[in-house]
Write a protein that binds this ligand. Structure first.
Ligand code: GAP
Length: 578
């Protein structure tokens, strides 16, 4: 672990941001508990996300269960395709992500896209050893390992269920109801903030790769033929873009506005470009250092089984780039799969302004010909003719038409198919929406923000450590201290504390130790303001308000103090203008 990682873990544990779960029993890799500071910090990141991606965008929000029946993940492809490559050490038994070992030891950038066999060959070729004990891994089998946690639903053997590996499936599977709530009007977005679970082979780096984590996901359902994003709202936002082409040809990150990225075709999908434009100022708002931030496009072999294109928002922590968000185009993959597996309708009915007359091919096979000719297969041949007529009416242009049933070709005289074209009036059509998905990992954002907001400086000749968290995100908005706990100062400070809490502010009361030490304690957890009640307060009903970053102090009347602090927190007032 580098210096930054070690510093972060130490601060996180000591100050109650996060720590390993069940340490009393030795802990368990990949599980972390958020402490009092961390849980509130995480809540605040989620609230800022909800504000920007749900409320302001006018989307809906749902909350679905963490466990879903097997059928959902059979349809979604997770049962078959949600695998990582595993190699076990023959000596110490440690399990490793085989593709990561190869990427760390060679200049191969996307081993994930290779076959297990090819990865195994690279392990042998490069003499890669077990990172835990140093024994050579050459010749050890590299296997696909499914990342889902399996469980049973109900007593006894029950029925198979899985902890969801992404919150998204809880939205896709309910699409028919959700479309109704949206009155079948595209586009509409459905968001969900909730936990996801992946049995990661090698959890690592604090909150970065864990087995239980929170996602904030938005599934935006759009009509691929008609709907366009309101690009004008974000056209001037600058994006640091690291395209697949640049990665493959030694190129660099390019700073382009959303408008330029679309015009030059660097970001091919306008909806993805739109959400990159919405997200960029949001990352800054929650405290991400934009000098340690980029959007990286997935390489072709890196794409998830459902994705057509994907850009990751990456943050630099500890010398590594971390994927904090994936912006993917899932096309109609999920809705088509759930329609196919459930037999339900996963489309919306788009009403035309006026009914229109359309020509439709029809087939009415003459069973007195098909029966004697095809025997027991006659019914299936008739069905195959009907679906061929829908797909390719031109196939009926000649004297004969051929269809396949169970790998056997059957040729039928066209006159026996009853093929014809009828005119029908249609009031609308079924459209299967495409999905644009910004998917945020909340824990990785919390980790990033803690790393990026960590600052040190000198105050009165002493080194000080503080978290320069934006006031909106900071777990505590204001620390309240009596200068001393005597002469009525404590009681007065308690009154101030109560008033500030009643105004909805997050307050920490502290009366222990020297005032300087109390400031340092709040600085370390990122509290942006501190209020001190002193002897003057008893006479003139004012307090000292101190700003975390500048350490400047101002005298402010207690009357109106809650409103003033709320304005400071919400960014409506700058400390310098107090
Ligand atoms: N629904 C799409 C989806 O789940 P993903 O890229 O696999 O896409 C989305 O995950 C986000 O979830 C990632 O960008 C990352 O921030 C977070 N994430 C994924 N796996 C994680 C893990 N093992 N630990 C912590 N966060 C994780």
């Amino acid at each position: 672990m580098t210096e930054e990682g070690a510093r972060l873990s130490e601060l996180a544990k000591r100050r109650g941001f996060f720590f390993r779960t069940a340490a009393a029993y030795g802990g368990v890799a990949g599980f972390y508990t958020y402490g009092p500071q961390g849980a509130t910090l995480k809540d605040n990141v989620e609230a800022a996300w909800r504000d920007r991606f749900v409320t302001r965008e006018g989307h809906m929000e749902v909350s679905s269960p963490d466990v879903m029946p097997e059928a959902v993940f059979e349809a979604s492809g997770h049962l078959d395709g949600f695998d990582d490559m595993l190699v076990d050490c023959p000596e110490c038994g440690a399990s490793h992500r085989a593709d990561h070992l190869v990427e760390d030891a060679t200049d191969v950038a996307d081993a994930e896209s290779m076959s297990p066999q090819a990865v195994g060959e690279l392990i042998a070729e490069h003499d890669i050893a077990c990172p835990a004990c140093g024994v050579a891994l050459a010749g050890e089998p590299v296997e696909e390992f499914n990342l889902m946690f399996e469980t049973t639903i109900g007593p006894g053997s029950g029925s198979a269920g899985y902890l969801r590996p992404e919150t998204a499936q809880g939205i896709f599977v309910e699409f028919p109801q959700l479309a109704e709530y949206a009155r079948n009007q595209l586009p509409f977005g459905v968001a969900q903030i909730g936990d996801a679970y992946r049995n990661e082979i090698s959890p690592r780096k604090g909150l970065v790769r864990v087995r239980a984590f929170t996602q904030a996901e938005l599934e935006h359902f759009v009509d691929p033929e008609e709907d366009e994003p309101p690009i004008e709202r974000v056209a001037d936002v600058t994006l640091p873009l690291y395209s697949a082409q640049a990665q493959q040809h030694g190129g660099e990150v390019r700073e382009l506005t959303v408008g330029e990225a679309i015009e030059e075709g660097v970001v091919a999908n306008d909806w993805i470009a739109y959400y990159l434009g919405v997200a960029t100022p949001w990352y800054e708002r929650i405290g991400v250092d934009m000098d340690r931030f980029r959007y990286r496009q997935h390489l072709p072999g890196e794409l998830a089984h459902y994705a057509a294109d994907c850009w990751d928002a990456e943050t630099e922590v500890d010398g590594d780039w971390i994927e904090a968000t994936g912006f993917a185009t899932r096309a109609d993959y999920d809705l088509a799969k759930h329609a196919e597996h459930s037999g339900e309708d996963y489309s919306v009915f788009k009403q035309y302004d006026e009914p229109i007359a359309v020509e439709r091919p029809t087939v009415d096979p003459d069973m007195s010909v098909l029966g004697p000719e095809f025997g027991g297969a006659a019914g299936e041949v008739a069905d195959a003719l009907r679906s061929l007529a829908e797909r390719d009416p031109d196939a009926f242009d000649g004297q004969e038409v051929t269809v396949e049933v169970d790998d056997t070709a059957h040729t039928v005289p066209v006159e026996a198919t009853g093929f014809g074209i009828e005119e029908v009036t249609e009031s609308g059509e079924h459209v299967r929406p495409h999905v644009i998905e910004p998917s945020f990992g909340v824990g990785r954002l919390v980790y990033t923000v803690l790393a990026h907001c960590y600052e040190t400086d000198l105050v009165d000749g002493d080194e000080r450590t503080y978290l320069a968290l934006p006031p909106e995100i900071a777990p505590t908005t204001v620390g309240v201290f009596p200068l001393m706990d005597k002469d009525g100062l404590g009681e007065r400070a308690r009154d101030v504390e109560r008033e500030l809490r009643a105004a909805g502010l997050a307050v920490a009361y502290d009366d222990s130790g020297a005032i300087g030490r109390r400031y340092r304690r709040q600085d370390e957890v990122g509290t942006p303001f501190c209020v001190t009640v002193d002897y003057d307060t008893l006479d003139d009903h004012t307090v000292t308000v101190r700003d975390r970053d500048s350490t400047d102090q101002k005298r402010v009347a207690i009357e109106g103090l809650p409103g003033t602090l709320r304005s400071l927190r919400d960014g409506d007032l700058a400390f310098a203008d107090l």
